[in-house]
Ligand binder design. Structure first.
Ligand SMILES: NC(=O)c1ccc[n+]([C@@H]2O[C@H](COP(=O)([O-])OP(=O)(O)OC[C@H]3O[C@@H](n4cnc5c(N)ncnc54)[C@H](O)[C@@H]3O)[C@@H](O)[C@H]2O)c1
Ligand SMILES: O=c1ccn([C@@H]2O[C@H](COP(=O)(O)OP(=O)(O)O[C@H]3O[C@H](CO)[C@H](O)[C@H](O)[C@H]3O)[C@@H](O)[C@H]2O)c(=O)[nH]1
Length: 323
């Protein structure tokens, strides 16, 4: 049986990945400091409570569990917070990753799956965005991830680190079995906020910007179901057991959804109407981010199965109602 150590395994995407690896027959260890995660989201193996910035704790976990692959999700991931407090992002994300990678290399753990982001592309110069698109982030969160990608390249060249770098577009939806879901506090992501406005009396959903150059003036994103993302990590883990080097893949569907279309989907799924207000653009929001994800389809054999917008909203709503 192969072992994966999942940093950030108590978080939203990390916990869904723990489930996917366990279902694929891997032994799963979650490593998380619970700063933004949830103890009860760790269900598919032990939780090691530790910080990636703590070299001794990372080293102890690596030595105890001897993972074949490390899947590295642990990070702060709020764009707005990163603009206000960039130091948090460079320390926790960039420095923390360096600590993790150094400790991995010391014990000979040389296989990494890294959670990167479409935010590393910045404002696209062409769409859909393929992996060769220039990376020029427009916020410190994106830069903190960009720096980690460069560290991965350099450590691969110098010390033989092998990695699959996955640039997710917008992770969305929840475990279709309802065992885990999306839990961020505060919640800033569009789908949970639209659902909350549909379901909780008195809440209003604000559309951030109606003057984008898009089909209805609202921002376009490529929403990909978290369970599909999770499966891509298992495929990436299997690839790392076969191949050496560093590979980079976008994970998206190639289909964009506007904020207004999303609200329509929430209306359909909930049977009620989202009360909507229209506000200004949110600082740093690109008009449209849509993936060209053919490389992942071709090389990993990854096909998104649950990423239609109605399915995403249906699973997110079921999770919301179950709480
Ligand atoms: N949510 C998205 O749409 C999205 C898109 C692209 C990339 N990503 C990336 O995917 C990863 C997971 O995102 P998420 O939405 O699940 O976030 P999340 O906040 O739900 O999960 C992150 C987890 O990492 C843990 N963590 C943070 N700092 C840590 C540290 N120093 N040591 C140990 N644990 C630590 C948190 O406690 C939390 O459980 C992040 O790296 C994020 O940048 C997310
Ligand atoms: O109440 C809201 C919330 C969001 N939006 C809009 O909906 C779209 C999607 O917003 P999200 O906050 O859900 O997601 P982002 O596109 O901002 O995602 C960014 O932040 C994520 C981290 O949280 C990921 O890293 C992702 O790669 C990165 O692009 C944006 O146009 C946003 O302005 C609204 O209109 N109203």
């Amino acid at each position: 049986m192969k072992t994966v150590l999942v940093t950030g395994g108590a978080g939203y995407i990390g916990s869904h990945c723990c489930k996917a690896f366990a279902e694929a027959g891997w032994s799963v260890i979650a490593y998380d400091n619970l700063s933004r995660g949830w103890r009860d989201a760790v269900k598919w193996g032990p939780l090691v409570e530790g910080d990636i910035c703590d070299a001794a704790a990372v080293s102890a976990a690596l030595r105890q569990y001897k993972p074949d692959v490390v899947a590295h999700f642990a990070a702060y991931a709020y764009v707005g917070e990163s603009v206000e407090r960039p130091e948090l992002y460079y320390r926790n994300n960039s420095f923390g990753s360096l600590v993790l990678f150094e400790e991995m290399l010391k014990v000979g753990a040389d296989k990494l799956i890294f959670s990167s982001t479409c935010a590393s592309y910045g404002v696209p110069v062409r769409s859909p965005i393929d992996e060769m698109h220039p990376q020029s982030p427009i916020n410190p969160y994106g830069w903190s991830k960009f720096i980690i990608e460069r560290m991965v390249d350099s450590l691969s060249f110098a010390h033989g680190l092998n990695a699959v770098v996955l640039r997710y577009f917008n992770a969305a939806g929840c475990d279709p079995d309802g065992e885990i879901g999306e839990r961020h506090e505060p919640e800033t992501h569009v789908i949970p906020l639209a659902i909350e406005a549909a379901v909780r009396p008195g809440r209003i959903f604000t559309v951030n910007g109606t003057d984008f150059d898009t089909r209805d003036g609202t921002a376009v994103r490529d929403y990909v179901h978290v369970t599909d993302l999770a499966r891509a990590h298992v495929l990436a883990g299997e690839k790392l057991l076969r191949d050496k080097g560093v590979d980079v893949y976008n994970l998206g569907t190639g289909t964009g959804t506007t904020v207004k279309e999303l609200v329509d989907a929430v209306n359909r799924a909930s049977g009620s109407r989202v009360p909507v207000a229209y506000g200004p653009r949110r600082a740093g929001d690109p008009p449209a981010l849509v993936a060209a994800a053919g490389k992942a389809y071709r090389e990993l054999g990854w096909v998104p199965e649950q990423s239609g917008i109605d399915r995403i909203v249906e699973t997110a709503l079921a999770w919301y109602r179950s709480r």
